[in-house]
Design a protein around this ligand. Sequence first.
Ligand SMILES: C[S@@+](CC[C@H](N)C(=O)[O-])C[C@H]1O[C@@H](n2cnc3c(N)ncnc32)[C@H](O)[C@@H]1O
Length: 292
Amino acid sequence: MEAGDSSRSPQYHDTTAAYALPNDSPEHQRLEAQARALETQMRGEVFHAAISNPRRIVDIGCGTGRTTVQLAAKYPDAQVIGVDLSAVPSLYEHPRNVAYIQGEFNKLVTSGDERLSPGSIDYVLSRCLILGVTGWPGYFANIGGLLAPGGYVESHEVDITLRDANDNRVVGDREAEEAFHYLAARKGMDLATGSHLVSYLEEANLEIAGQQVYRWPILPMPDAPETDMVQKITIQLPTAMQAIWNRLGTDVYPQEKLDEFRQALIRSHEPEARQVGDHYNFHVVVGRKALD
Ligand SMILES: C[S@@+](CC[C@H](N)C(=O)[O-])C[C@H]1O[C@@H](n2cnc3c(N)ncnc32)[C@H](O)[C@@H]1O
């Protein structure tokens, strides 16, 4: 069954957290495909922080555990902790240096979970949390508190703002897009997170140690074959995100208006509606905590 299959009844995690995408097997397959696409686009170099001997690493919102297991292999002497709202599926053999914690990241930190004690972590990875964080400044403040002096945080987030080949903003369906950003912002979400990562990290007193922008094209890019896989993921985004509309908006718009927006957004990503070069930007930003 595909992530966008209309006969599917998705399964969601049972929590009061904002995150509203499912946690069932089709969603795990979508996340795996997205991860493979990113690996291809990044030419196998998914981790950007220049850190040599981390002792403790946290992978926030670790999903299927793919990056957690990769970090464990890259740093065999480190202890790697994957944190997620949902249980991590058993897609991979469990490495001896990995532990998973099920829970909401901010709640775990502020409740004083001893596995996430202040100043105890050398490297934090946070990838694709755009729909799971309500209040980015507080989120990065919590990460800053977790980091040891000199520790790194690496954040990878998309900016869901459609842009053309020259990186200028283009509008697919203005009303639907604006409604989507507005409804998300009401809940503290930021659908342009990727573009705001630098300022969020600086606000948390983390110095910027590196940044890179990757394009997620809507149409195939013949002269950038490394984006072929990511392009297939990009066009599925509006369908994959259908689930969040009802959570965000039934108290603002009637159901039929939400359905109309949803359809408009999907139509605006169909090939005939787009130009070659139209894309979203996917940002990687690395921050570092001062050495004291
Ligand atoms: C889009 S998936 C990304 C998974 C993985 N980081 C990757 O890049 O493949 C987001 C994951 O973060 C988890 N998540 C969302 N908000 C969270 C939060 N506040 N605390 C912990 N986990 C969260 C979700 O359950 C989901 O597994």
